[in-house]
Write a protein that binds this ligand. Structure first.
Ligand code: FES
Length: 346
């Protein structure tokens, strides 16, 4: 089996440091705002290993396994896979870089060197994927997380987000409403399902307050999660807001994409659109959107987006494909239109 060299950095990826407080003891886990555990590789390596952009994959190294979502990038070197540090067992089932590579101790200082090693890469076979948002206090140790091949917990401002996947060996569709009744704090209050297609959206409310929201479908079908996240902070949901819960957005709402610049609250979709309109440098983006003009921690990601999406560096077809894949990334921000399947209310 072909192998690539794996590299992780001591600082993780930029989105893990957006509190601007990299030295607060014990706070690293709280800072994880990255969409999910990931592995960045070139499109050429992805083709060689048989994995696609945003597909779940398993990396296997001398220390064990790392399960993550593949992200294709032209900024990575061929033959190398980047994986971010700081995902711990509290936040994911199998994405600790310390568990992937063998640790070599410096004979004098005793410091471990665990940032480079050879790994193999293969698709992670799953039969279903789901996104669960659950209210604080209900979610600390969500027991249903281990009912599959992959899980990751991502703290949002007002709820906890769980990415779940599994079902490689399931030979019959799962009854997701029964699953929700078993694992979630309140019974489903409204839902929209397509059993034949294996899709479901559902939400649970208690005294008018949102307690959980579930989508069973590939993450590419997620709406923007900031609108839903804000609903968890409301004492009661009524009228139009309640009716829009399964869609996950206000009617006609534009989606800025996952946050890239936290200082100025600028999202990836907004940035990619600006690049494609001609602002194809970090300076031009700063002048138009202000991103990258304060702490600067988002500048590496801005450079990467410029490299990937600038009109003169990619052909139109590839660029359209890349934009499509980034706007559907797992971080929850893509399509505001819900699948047209019947809605049921309990
Ligand atoms: S995150 Fe601080 S300038 Fe972008």
């Amino acid at each position: 089996m072909p192998r690539v060299r794996c590299a992780s950095t001591p600082a993780g990826c930029a989105t893990q440091w957006h509190t601007h407080d990299p030295h607060r003891p014990g706070a690293a886990a709280d800072r994880i705002t990255a969409p999910s555990p990931s592995s960045e590789i070139t499109p050429e390596d992805a083709a060689a290993f048989g994995v696609g952009d945003q597909q779940l994959a398993r990396l296997t190294g001398a220390g064990g396994e790392y399960r993550a979502r593949v992200r294709l990038t032209k900024g990575q070197r061929r033959g190398e896979a980047f994986v971010p540090m700081h995902w711990t067992d509290r936040f994911t089932g199998a994405a600790r870089t310390g568990g992937l590579l063998a640790a070599h101790l410096d004979p004098i200082s005793g410091q471990p060197e665990a940032k480079h090693g050879a790994v193999s890469l293969a698709p992670l076979a799953v039969g279903w994927e789901a996104t669960l948002l659950i209210a604080p206090g209900e979610a600390g140790d969500f027991a249903g997380r281990d009912d599959g091949a992959y899980w990751a917990r991502i703290p949002l401002a007002h709820c906890q987000r769980w990415q779940l996947a599994g079902g490689e060996t399931d030979d019959s569709p799962r009854d997701w409403l029964a699953w929700a009744r078993q694992w979630l704090p309140t019974a489903p209050s409204l839902w929209s399902d397509d059993p034949a297609g294996g899709r479901l959206r559902a939400a649970g409310l208690e005294n008018g307050r949102l307690r959980w929201w579930l989508m069973v479908a590939p993450p590419a079908e997620l709406p923007g999660l900031s609108w839903l996240d804000a609903r968890f902070a409301e004492a009661t949901l009524e009228g139009d807001v309640r009716r829009r819960l399964l869609a996950g957005c206000d009617a006609g709402e534009a989606d800025a994409g996952p946050l890239v610049c936290s200082c100025h609250q600028v999202g990836q979709t907004t940035i990619v659109e600006a690049i494609r309109a001609g602002d194809a440098s970090v300076e031009a983006l700063g002048a138009r959107l202000a991103c990258g003009t304060q702490c600067g921690s988002c500048i590496p990601e801005l450079k990467s987006l410029v490299e990937e999406h600038a009109p003169d560096t990619v052909d139109a077809g590839a660029d359209a494909q890349a934009l499509d894949s980034t706007t559907q990334e797992e971080s929850g921000h893509a399509r505001s239109e819900q699948a047209k399947i019947p809605v049921r209310v309990a």
